[in-house]
Design a protein around this ligand. Structure first.
Ligand SMILES: [Fe+2]
Length: 165
């Protein structure tokens, strides 16, 4: 398997996080649906679609790295699996929508951090495809983080702090 540069590894990581984000948004949408929160379900479905697009766009760029595509995708799959394990650790049958949004807050913050790192490496690497990918994807990840935080605080504002959870 080809050895990856820092830039290529980070590309693999953002692809893997986009894969993990699809699973996470799907699980949390399920909780929100059970909780009868259609507005939130809709916003999570949109995030899911954008995560899918991020995966596809990332894979397309990975394909432009001569001889590196399969190593980049291997990195992506490994990150995806770690993400799935983290979700399994964090969420269980007792979890409610707020728990789900808390997990997503961590996941989206992680995505913002990784996309920023990829963009920063590319300041010197100057790969045009990566530049296009990050200028598309970074603002979306920042919006995802803003939105999940806002959604969780909206739930909090409608719950009593001293009610039994
Ligand atoms: Fe995201």
């Amino acid at each position: 398997m080809a050895e990856l540069t820092n830039l290529e590894t980070k590309l693999g990581e953002v692809i893997g996080l986009a894969m993990a984000a699809q699973a996470a948004t799907k699980s949390v949408a399920k909780l929100a649906r059970a909780d009868k929160r259609p507005g939130l379900v809709e916003s999570l479905n949109k995030m899911h679609g954008e995560a899918k697009e991020a995966e596809q766009r990332g894979k397309e760029i990975a394909g432009t790295f001569e001889g590196k595509k399969s190593a980049i995708l291997k990195e992506a799959r490994s990150v995806k699996e770690k993400g799935a394990e983290m979700m399994e650790t964090y969420l269980d049958e007792e979890s409610d929508t707020l728990d789900g949004l808390e997990f997503l807050t961590m996941a989206e913050a992680g995505e913002v951090g990784h996309w920023e790192i990829l963009a920063r490496f590319n300041k010197r690497a100057r790969h045009p495809g990566v530049r296009e990918l990050t200028s598309w994807g970074l603002p979306i990840q920042k919006r995802h983080l803003t939105d999940v935080r806002a959604s969780s605080l909206q739930i909090v504002d409608n719950e009593e702090p001293d009610a039994i959870s």
